[in-house]
Design a protein around this ligand. Sequence first.
Ligand SMILES: NC(=O)C1=CN([C@@H]2O[C@H](COP(=O)(O)OP(=O)(O)OC[C@H]3O[C@@H](n4cnc5c(N)ncnc54)[C@H](O)[C@@H]3O)[C@@H](O)[C@H]2O)C=CC1
Ligand SMILES: CC(=O)C(=O)O
Ligand SMILES: [Mg+2]
Length: 480
Amino acid sequence: MALPSGATMNITIRLQYEKDHVSFSDIAAAIGKAGGDIVGIDVISSSKVHTVRDITVSALDTKQCDLIIAALKKIQGVKIIHVSDRTFWMHIGGKIETNSKIPIKTRDDLSRVYTPGVARVCKAIAEDPKKAYSLTIKRNTVAVISDGTAVLGLGNIGPYAAMPVMEGKAMLFKQFAGVDAFPICLDTKDTEEIIQIVKAIAPAFGGINLEDISAPHCFEIERRLKEELDIPVFHDDQHGTAVVLLAGLLNALKIVGKKLEDIKVVVTGIGAAGIACTKILLAAGVRNIIGVDRHGAIHRDEKYDNPYWQEYAQITNPDNEKGSLSEVIAGADVFIGVSAPGILKVDDVKKMAKDPIVFAMANPVPEIDPELAEPYVRVMATGRSDYPNQINNVLCFPGIFRGALDCRAKEINEEMKLAAAKAIASVVTDDELSETYIIPSVFNNKVVERVRQAVIEAAYRTGVARKDNIPLGGYMGEQK
Ligand SMILES: NC(=O)C1=CN([C@@H]2O[C@H](COP(=O)(O)OP(=O)(O)OC[C@H]3O[C@@H](n4cnc5c(N)ncnc54)[C@H](O)[C@@H]3O)[C@@H](O)[C@H]2O)C=CC1
Ligand SMILES: CC(=O)C(=O)O
Ligand SMILES: [Mg+2]
């Protein structure tokens, strides 16, 4: 399996140097010696004594960036003013904004979009609340809600730090499926308070995407909101991840010629994503799944404080295997990591059954470096976009919400999720299928439309669609 080398990063170093003491070639030499490549130079200002330049440098990773900066700091007469990188630039001022669909050019326009004209529209909705779907943003808008407790694999970094991820999710909703999404990060970790806040803001939204809320309180939050709201509530880290994982596994198993019911699967990280991945695999027919968290395999001889693990032990691990990841991985056909960086070792992979499938999905750093695993695995996938086979919930949530909004589904149920998984898997044809192409790219424009259609069909089949007529046409088309 050929893998690209890790993605490089560009940083721009604004520095001032004293012309009499330092030459640019000293600076270039220091950067080169520390392993950086200069890819751009801009002169910002120049006087007889000093010059200020922006030097854009390509480096392998943050560690190498630190080495480059340290090397520059050592040169007498050089002062680093600031360092920025492209990723940070893309975040300056946030990544999304609100736009009006109609320009307000005249007084007449003003009196229609706002008072007094708007009052008639408000009254129409007050008389018939369903009209909120046709006369407000509700029909096409999803709230992306987080409390910042399980942001990617970064853990409990809080609501301010969670915002860039939620803004990113909102961008993906819009770009891939035309769904308007709004990031809302809550400064509370209290389960009941989160439930009440989400219920209170629900009138503006056609769906709720819960994101990066840690286990176990994410389960209660989702359960209650599903029960108490009449719009789809979907915890993406659970179900979006599970859907894409199943899609990838269906295709990976075709390559190795194994069947769901015959494989042994080890899942690490029995939190939001791990429990949902396990449940979708059981629903799809897998019989032997062993969950491993920090203390080892989850089994039936242990009494867990976490009620979800207590239940997990009952529905998994048919042979009641005990021990560490390194022990229970022996003979496994599939490893699914939704836990923490670097916890799967090469020696563990070597103990797996023939043609191992390794989905190391922790973000941003997977459970095993794909380049280390490469010689020993048949199919390797990560959650990242810089390696082949990206198993990431971004393949699911835009299309699944597009479908749910278009048929005005009151929920996203198991049938809709299974349909979405099969739809994603189907985008890769048998001719295209290979070890490095088990799952379509998020940029494959068939993905969202196929998921949307499959989800709409499943919604009507299971009686949760509330639109009288099946919505036809492409997802970008206006829905009446
Ligand atoms: N590729 C994808 O689409 C997705 C990837 N993820 C990744 O999965 C990971 C977990 O996410 P969530 O389930 O939302 O978080 P969570 O906080 O609900 O669950 C994480 C679980 O991993 C366990 N864990 C932590 N360190 C461990 C270790 N060394 N060994 C075994 N278990 C360990 C924790 O005890 C916890 O049970 C994160 O890295 C996240 O980025 C999550 C959702 C989607
Ligand atoms: C992809 C995603 O949702 C996560 O890593 O949390
Ligand atoms: Mg997430």
